[in-house]
Ligand binder design. Sequence first.
Ligand code: C5P
Length: 245
Amino acid sequence: MGRYNKILIVMAAGSGSRMGASIPKQFLDLDGKPILRRTIETFVSAVPDIRVVTVLPKEHIGFWKEYCLSNDFNCPQLLVAGGITRFHSVRNALERVPDDAIVAIHDGVRPLISTGLIKTMFDRMEQAGIRALIPVVPSVDTLKVLDRRTLSSGEEVLEDSGEEVDRSRIFGAQTPQMFLSRDIKEAYSQAFDTSFTDDASVARKKGISLSYCAGERYNFKITSPEDLALARMVISSWTRPGSGS
Ligand code: C5P
């Protein structure tokens, strides 16, 4: 066991409006279990003594308690109500976290992360000198910088800006993003800024130096019905007899 307590803050307080379902996407079924449960179980199986803070929409806290009770999901969780944006949700959770821990902030809708990545990241965080660790994946598509223009007919068209992007320098940031809790709590005491698109951007504004590691293609965020269909295919390929996993 390492020097630090390990804490998972699992973000599940979004309304999931892009999915078009009647319940938020984090509660939808993925091969027999809610997406959120799968995410939490993967962290607990990677780090059995991890402490879990689950951030939920205020109006779904009762629903989640009831689900856990009636489905024998016994993992101890501190349930916290989310806020108006993800930033406010993370801030609410950090108020409940002690100063001397390593905190992993993870989107509840990224259930396909491997236990290997979780363990490797916590191990690196225990090394001296690392204050924040962010998993990233290289950009596979060629990137275009386009301008949106609305025609007099009201139709929106995309136009070439003439700018080129060097794809080899562009990466997509995933979660979990890991921090020393003292650092990230201080960073989240800053006023909200619309440029805060992830926890790393909040930390960077506070001057915390960021380290990076390789993320995983399967660790994608389930946002749309297509993503959910993809996640279902991935899980069934992992659990199919003879798949070796
Ligand atoms: O909306 P987006 O896909 O960026 O959300 C990423 C994660 O942050 C999701 O797991 C969502 O539940 C969570 N979130 C939150 N509180 C909000 C908005 C999003 O916990 N107010």
